[in-house]
Design a protein around this ligand. Structure first.
Ligand SMILES: *Cc1c(COP(=O)(O)O)cnc(C)c1O
Length: 397
């Protein structure tokens, strides 16, 4: 008789939002009822309150609630007048929206490779690209194909800041704007103690349910310091009408729902507690994998020396990643690949003319990385089980 695979003794989902909701259910239902009673659904007091508190949380002057993280990026690009004939430098190893919005704004996404340690846009790669592949004329920077480079869009992937001092220096020296894709990094800090969104012209946040501060649907925010730019984004958020029905600009409907804002106002108070729990879970894994002594089979995230990594994801670089993932699934452990295909290799971007091998570090990351469960409510028993299951895979192999 073949051996019967025993049923996994413990189930550990990648994320279980029900555990976060249960203790907050009464409070959240109460604010939902208040919005229902008011019947004020669009840009009401809850949106205003959230804008002020998320701006303060991100150490910026202004917040502007929008319909999603994707729309936050698109709105920032529109407000900075980035469109046809322009190009924006970003990472090829990120969620689709980073480059998708650049293309939807009518501009060209230009990719530069990542730093293999942090998985974030490499300032060295950007510098090399500018020196080798760009031309300077008419006081601007142009790609070989003739697009004018207007901005850099760094992404703070997995909850850790990109090297912003270096990227800001490159941007300033070349007259480029900076849009921070901070969808995964609300409240993250670098070792200078500066927060995500506090460096660039605009910081873009997402409140998609799986982000560290998640709404009950889609929601996002732009944060910024320049009042004129914020006013432009505010007008573009309502189709560019100011006063209403008089349009000097072509905007869109990028509004944040009052209901979502009311829910987020409740949840924001708990964000620091959740972050601490994520950090505690990450430290548990770091210790467990070090103790398991797996040699070079797995690499844990880089130690966040003096920085505040908020661990939207806990990412392993793992040998035989796909087989490890199958093993974890069979043993009841959820995991995910963020992201299996780099953006320069997506079908929709074939027209950009990139080839496999253009960004070796991004391509290697797409093959080697795996996200493990890291959500705040995980128990020690679950964390230990995940670590043991990973270690068990390599011992067996
Ligand atoms: C989630 C995410 C977005 C998009 O946010 P949505 O709210 O889902 O539109 C953009 N960029 C990155 C890096 C993300 O992780």
């Amino acid at each position: 008789m073949p051996p019967i695979e025993p049923r996994a003794p413990i189930q550990v989902p990648l994320l279980d939002l029900k555990l976060q909701y249960e203790p907050l259910a009464a409070q959240i239902q109460s604010v939902i009822q208040q919005v229902c009673a008011s019947q004020a659904f669009i840009l009401g007091p809850a949106v205003k309150e959230l804008e002020a508190s998320v701006a303060a949380y991100s150490r910026c002057r202004f917040g502007l609630g929008v319909s999603s993280g994707t729309d936050a990026l698109l709105l920032a690009l529109m407000a900075l007048e980035i469109g046809a004939g322009d190009a924006v430098i970003t990472s090829p190893f990120t969620f689709f929206a980073s480059a998708g919005t650049i293309a939807r704004a009518g501009a060209v996404p230009v990719f530069c490779d990542i730093d293999p340690v942090t998985f974030n846009l490499s300032p060295v790669a950007v510098e090399t690209f500018i020196a080798r592949d760009c031309e300077r004329r008419e006081g601007g920077l142009f790609t070989r194909q003739g697009a004018r480079i207007k901005a850099i869009m760094p992404v703070h992937l997995y909850g850790q800041l990109a090297d912003m001092p270096a990227l800001m220096e490159i941007a300033q020296r070349n007259g480029l704007r900076v849009i921070e894709d901070a969808a995964q990094a609300i409240g993250a800090e670098d070792s200078n103690g500066r927060r995500a969104c506090s460096y660039g012209d605009v910081g873009c946040l997402s409140f998609f349910p799986t982000k560290n501060l998640g709404a009950f649907g889609d929601a996002g925010m732009c944060v910024a310091n320049d009042p004129a730019l914020v006013e432009r984004m505010e007008v573009l958020r309502v189709h560019g009408g100011k006063p209403k029905y008089f349009h000097a600009l072509i905007g869109g409907n990028f509004r944040l729902d009052e209901l979502q804002a009311a829910i987020l106002n409740v949840k924001l108070k708990y964000l620091d507690d959740w972050t601490r729990a994520r950090q505690r879970n990450a430290a548990f894994y770091d210790r467990a994998f070090a103790q398991a002594d797996l040699g070079r089979a797995v690499q844990t995230p880089p130690p966040a020396a003096g920085a505040r990594h908020i661990y939207n994801q806990y990412i392993l670089r793992a040998r035989d990643r796909d087989l490890l993932r199958q093993h974890l699934t069979a043993q009841g452990v959820g995991s995910e690949i963020y992201y299996p295909v780099c953006l320069h290799q997506q079908k929709c971007f074939a027209y950009l003319g990139y080839r496999a091998g253009d960004f070796p570090e991004s391509e290697r990351a797409a093959e080697e990385t795996l996200a493990l469960p890291i959500f705040p409510e995980l128990t020690e028993m679950q964390l230990q089980y995940v670590a043991d299951t990973v270690a068990g895979f390599y011992r067996r192999a």
